[in-house]
Design a binder for this molecule. Structure first.
Ligand code: ZN
Length: 325
């Protein structure tokens, strides 16, 4: 629109009735959401450009394609855009991503989010797991000070790819008979230090060897590890030579010496389980994505915004992290 016409339009806005104003806002809303999605995607490259092929930092703008700025690497000459090499590359309907991120913030079902956005449920399903790919891999790599560790269990589920779309199997969601022992369950070790750094691990087996394999790289040598006196965890602590403060919950003990307890990790587990209920049991092969989703929410003090979510899905914060900021 010509500047002159725009000024005329702009001043005419004052004459709108409340009803007309609402109509106009409803028409502008999708456009505003679309540009928010595109802007955020572009941020990934605009903040600190780097070639996804060779990691060179000198890149040139190289025209537009599919609504996105293209770049060319000054070193390897490859062209790319802000989505190249991300889990969101080649997904369509970018304009709706910010709205979709909002659905993820709210934990809306596949069906409802598909209906809200006017996309196919298969698309909503694919987006969910693409958006969660990077959050799945983002967790604390080191815990310090007082750290709490506890095992929790999720029912094994062979739920098909089209999770949430097919009719629920009859037995879905029922409790497994033997906690902790049964092959019907997947063990997850949750570790959290007192500053809120959190890491979790799906274990093939909740024994000393498997627990040791994930705890050794995670715990600093001077960590004080609090557990609910679980034997395998005690054995790992002993082998690592770190201080171990078991709390005998079974005997009614809750806190040792005023500070050693597992209340943070247990509270985290309760919030995780409570939040997971809305999904009515998730396929074991996707459990890692849900654990990452929950960690992402918790990292944002449970007040995550759609922008935060989309940034995480795009790896924007991670890119900055890798650059040493
Ligand atoms: Zn390059």
């Amino acid at each position: 629109m010509k500047p002159h016409d725009f000024r005329k339009l702009s001043s005419a806005l004052k004459e709108l009735t409340p009803h007309q104003r609402q109509l106009l806002m409803d028409r502008l809303q999708p456009a505003a959401q679309a540009s928010a999605s595109y802007q955020l995607v572009e941020t990934r490259m605009a903040e600190k450009p780097v070639c996804p092929h060779c990691a060179h930092e000198q890149v040139s703008r190289w025209g537009f394609a599919n609504g996105l700025q293209r770049y060319r690497c000054n070193a390897c000459r490859a062209t790319f855009n802000a989505l190249t090499d991300t889990p969101l590359a080649r997904l369509r309907h970018k304009a709706k991503w910010m709205d979709y991120a909002k659905q993820l913030v709210e934990g809306t079902s596949i069906r409802k989010s598909a209906a809200a956005l006017g996309i196919h449920p298969n698309t909503a399903f694919r987006w969910r797991h693409r958006f969660l790919t990077l959050p799945n891999g983002q967790q604390a790599i080191s815990l310090a000070g007082i750290a709490e560790a506890d095992e929790t269990y999720f029912l094994e589920s062979q739920k098909g790819r089209r999770e949430g779309l097919s009719r629920a199997p009859r037995k879905r969601g029922c409790k497994a008979s033997k906690r902790g022992l049964s092959e019907e369950q997947t063990a997850v070790l949750i570790c959290r230090d007192r500053t809120g750094n959190t890491a979790d691990f799906m274990l093939k087996k909740a024994d000393k060897a498997h627990i040791g394999a994930v705890l050794k790289p995670l715990l600093a040598a001077d960590v004080i590890l609090c557990t609910d006196s679980e034997k395998a965890l005690a054995a790992v602590a002993k082998e690592m030579g770190i201080t171990h403060r078991p709390v005998n919950l079974a005997a009614g003990q809750r806190v040792v010496a005023g500070v050693y307890h597992v209340q943070n990790v247990n509270a985290y587990d309760s919030r995780l389980k409570e939040w997971m209920r809305r999904f009515h049991g998730v396929a074991t092969r996707y459990l890692g994505n849900y654990l990452g989703w929950r960690r992402l929410i918790e990292r944002h003090s449970r007040e995550i915004s759609a922008t935060d979510f989309l940034r995480a899905a795009l790896g924007i914060d991670r890119v900055q992290h890798a650059m040493g900021t």
